[in-house]
Design a protein around this ligand. Structure first.
Ligand SMILES: [Zn+2]
Length: 397
């Protein structure tokens, strides 16, 4: 009898406090942070950003956001009737926000070399080797580019911060710290009993690794962003194409570039309380205007400096932004949780014939002839494209 009462009590507490639906390692959002944005954004601007940038399908957001005449109501928790009411700016009033602008001199720029690299690159899946050649590590290349870019931007009067200066993690955590969390995550999956013990161990290890190198690492970098309060964050990456045959790696011929801003939250992502809050947070801060301005300038600069074609997404996880080709919106952990305008650079296909050869040649001054064309080192071409993109932002208005 006593046990029954106890179970009943727990059940009722469960009804009263709906469980938060959160992404891996995320904390419950503090909706009160939106209070300072009351009556700061008009209904037209809110709805425009929602449709054109953050969530292009009404069916993805309609269970979570209600648009009324005077306010947007945003559901705070999945399975609860608790809503945040964001009052719109009256349409005849102006909030004084002007067209975004940017210039290198005086800007606070945070450069985030993607991934960790070094001894962690294989675990990150950002590492490949062909024969006896030097392995290609995206994290190491990103750091070389970031360091060169930092000194050039500083000479032009910017204050530049790096998320990392070595091929080492920023987070203090390591995969071993997430073993229990990974095991309990798999404990909830029904088909786990059907696989062998060895496969189970491998999967738990992979999940613990992922918590470390992706989630915990990016969360640690987010703290650095919070301290720095930059005007702009540049995430430095190189793209790669899927191997045609993963067993027998052979280089691909595809080579292209693209640039990402934050947006395109899909239905499943909107259902997470933290992601829904972060989307609204980015929207009310109007970071999309700066992100788009910089991304479009970057896209033009990469097309000019590298001569590469722009990549175009086909699936629902990316949304075309504006008319300049190569500029897309995606919802990634880093461009969602870093609290400032974030532009993600994804030039070059590292496992293409053309790029692989250039990576193997390393960094060098001046030009070298490659397949009949005189080319800078890949690192210097990347840095020059970013500089050109940032220099030209002001002249686009
Ligand atoms: Zn990357």
């Amino acid at each position: 009898m006593g046990k029954l009462v106890f179970v009943g009590l727990l059940y009722c507490l469960g009804c009263l406090t709906a469980l938060a639906n959160l992404t891996d390692l995320a904390e419950e959002p503090d909706w009160g942070r939106l209070d300072s944005f009351q009556k700061c954004i008009s209904k037209g601007e809110f709805v425009r950003q929602l449709n054109e940038v953050y969530c292009p399908r009404k069916s993805w957001w309609s269970s979570w956001i209600e648009i009324n005449q005077d306010s947007a109501r945003i559901r705070k928790k999945a399975d609860s009737d608790d809503w945040y009411d964001l009052q719109f700016l009256e349409s005849n009033k102006s909030n004084g926000s002007s067209f975004p602008c940017f210039q290198i001199s005086g800007a606070k720029i945070f450069i985030d070399p993607g991934h960790i690299g070094g001894e962690f690159s294989a675990m990150e899946g950002r590492h490949f080797a062909l024969g006896n050649d030097e392995p290609v590590k995206e994290g190491d290349l990103a750091l070389l580019i970031a360091l060169a870019l930092k000194s050039k931007l500083e000479r032009k009067g910017a204050a530049v911060f790096l998320s990392r200066k070595q091929n080492q993690p920023v987070t203090d955590a390591r995969p071993g710290d997430f073993k229990n969390r990974a095991s309990s995550w798999f404990g909830k999956i029904k088909w786990m009993h059907r696989i062998t013990e060895e496969e189970k161990r491998e999967r738990i290890q992979k999940k613990a690794d992922l918590y470390f190198y992706r989630v915990s690492e990016i969360m640690a970098r987010r703290q650095l962003v919070k301290k720095t309060k930059p005007d702009l964050i540049l995430c430095i990456h190189l793209n790669a194409a899927p191997w045609p045959d993963p067993q027998h790696k052979s280089l691909v011929s595809r080579n292209d570039y693209h640039v990402l801003v934050n947006g395109c939250y899909m239905g499943g992502e909107m259902a997470y309380d933290d992601q829904r809050f972060e989307m609204v947070w980015r929207l009310v801060n109007r970071w999309e205007a700066t992100e788009r301005l910089i991304a479009e300038s970057m896209s033009r600069a990469f097309a000019q400096k590298t001569g590469l074609p722009a990549f175009a997404y086909k699936g629902p996880n990316a949304l075309k932004i504006g008319k300049v080709e190569g500029v897309w919106a995606r919802n990634l952990l880093a461009n969602r949780i870093y609290e400032a305008p974030v532009v993600f650079l994804e030039p070059y296909i590292a496992n293409s014939e053309a790029v692989y050869q250039r990576i193997q040649m390393g960094d060098y001054a001046g030009h070298k002839e490659i397949n009949g064309q005189k080319k800078q080192s890949l690192v210097r071409e990347y840095v020059d494209a970013v500089l050109l993109g940032l220099e030209r932002v002001g002249s686009l208005k």
